[in-house]
Design a protein around this ligand. Structure first.
Ligand code: GDP
Length: 445
């Protein structure tokens, strides 16, 4: 997620961070680079201008804190501005505080991931909130759309409204709400038809549905990969309908960040959820502070732990997070993490959450990001002695040979693993050090 932007910004800040003093010229130069990075990431121009102006004002007026270097202070100011840009601290939950059945309207362009998100959201509300969900497709445009949602529902174990041929979207909406009342569903998710582009007919149809359904939430689903187009779509839907929340899909891809960073400013509506894959479970709360942390290359250890604890042994995830925080991460933890990763799904989505993982990820050929690598790495660590796993520094040439032979790999493979582990612990240490110097205390974490 946002790799290019993240790489650029962390480059700017890597240079600044170490500085004990920071002149006006340094700040101006850094801001120029930040500006270019944001424009490259397809952030809307007025948003970029506003962002830079805000950062400059704060950087100039900033009280010099004793506990941090001026470079760190700038990182903190940019981080705070990014968090604001993304919508402010804390995830904004989907509103379920209404009388049942609570209607949730899903709107967006065709192909944005709307139907998939409807299914994901249904599953999520049912499992996390323990509320009964009814899915209904009002998409009479595409013949297969209603069937698609029904099949998604079956896979997710969420009930969907029986398909009746020949009804209009408004009629289906009424039938969905009636059914929900009669059969005591708590939430009704209404998936509307999309078009390839915004047109008056689409907006009229959605408005008519909205007037009948009186939704507690109108969630706009937009593809994060579409950058400026996503922003234009959001503006149009918001003006026509009044959107209450945004779901950014394909955040697992290499979206440049423009959509995420412009959305709040353009629509005023918070990004509530992020789609992170094709699987039904791949829907996450959108935490601006964590996303900002990831953009700045500070990692998202909380997100990592959360993801881990959802899928796996919670205690184990907490133990690892605590060791990361204490700077005690060793190869045994790494091996434990590898085991978890293979259970958790996409390796790149996990790597994206680790501090400095952009660089780490670049070292791994994406096409080889498969379980074979995980297995090989696990085998290498498995062939080490306990002492070696705890203190990898003692692994010199002869030990490497033994480990390679024991795991059926080459010394090169062992070196690669050690290098990766080393990079990872350096990043973690750096992040922890920043924390101790007070940056975290000032709200960066
Ligand atoms: P709709 O036309 O807006 O209803 O779009 P669909 O729900 O049919 O989704 C279009 C395609 O995008 C499908 O192949 C989905 O699996 C895929 N998709 C949806 N959300 C995500 C996401 O968050 N990440 C990825 N990688 N694919 C997604």
């Amino acid at each position: 997620m946002f790799e290019a932007l993240s790489d650029k910004l962390s480059g700017v800040f890597d240079r600044l961070r170490g500085r004990g003093t920071l002149g006006e010229a340094d700040v101006a130069e850094a801001l120029r680079e930040v500006r270019l990075a944001l424009l490259d990431a397809d952030v809307a121009l007025p948003v970029v201008r506003d962002f830079i102006a805000r950062v400059r004002e704060r950087a100039v007026g900033a009280e010099v804190l004793e506990s941090v270097t001026p470079g760190q202070q700038i990182v903190k100011i940019v981080n705070d501005a990014l968090v604001e840009q993304l919508g402010g601290a804390g995830a904004v939950p989907v509103n379920l505080n209404a009388a049942a059945p609570i209607p949730i309207l899903m709107v967006g362009l065709q192909g944005s991931g709307k139907t998939t998100t409807a299914g994901k959201l249904g599953l999520r509300i049912q499992t996390r909130e323990r509320r009964r969900v009814l899915l209904a497709s009002l998409d009479t445009q595409r013949p297969a759309a209603q069937l698609q949602l029904q099949q998604l529902g079956e896979r997710a174990g969420v009930t969907s409204l029986p398909i009746v041929a020949g009804q209009t979207p408004v009629e289906i909406a009424r039938r969905a709400l009636d059914t929900a009342r009669r059969e005591v569903f708590d939430v009704v998710i209404l998936d509307t038809a999309g078009r390839l582009s915004i047109d008056a007919a689409l907006m009229d149809e959605v408005r008519a549905i909205r007037d009948v359904a009186a939704p507690a939430e109108t969630l706009l689903v937009v593809d994060a990969m579409t950058g400026q187009d996503a922003v234009n779509t959001a503006r149009a839907f918001n003006e026509a309908l009044g959107v209450t929340g945004i779901v950014l899909t394909r955040m697992d891809g290499d979206a440049r960040g423009g959509a995420a960073l412009s959305m709040r400013a353009v629509t005023g509506a918070p990004i509530k959820l992020a789609g992170t894959g094709e699987k039904l479970e791949a829907l996450e709360d959108f935490h601006p502070e964590r996303v900002a942390g990831r953009i700045l290359g500070l990692g998202d250890v909380v997100g990592l732990v959360e993801k881990a604890s959802e899928t796996l042994d919670e205690q184990e995830a907490e133990r690892i997070a605590a060791r990361i925080a204490k700077g005690k991460f060793d190869l045994e933890d790494y091996a434990a993490q590898l085991r978890q990763i293979s259970k958790m799904g996409s390796l790149s989505s996990i790597l994206g959450m680790l501090p400095g993982a952009g660089k780490l990820k670049a070292q791994i050929d994406d096409s080889k990001l498969d379980t074979a690598i995980l297995k090989r790495q696990a085998a290498i660590i498995g062939s080490m002695t306990r002492a070696e796993r705890r203190a990898p520094d003692i692994i010199k040439a002869s030990r490497k040979k033994r480990i390679a032979a024991g795991s059926g790999t080459s010394v090169q493979d062992v070196n690669r693993l050690l290098k990766q582990f080393d990079d990872m612990s350096t990043m973690m240490k750096r992040m922890n050090k920043l924390g101790q110097k007070g940056l975290m205390r000032h709200g960066l974490a």
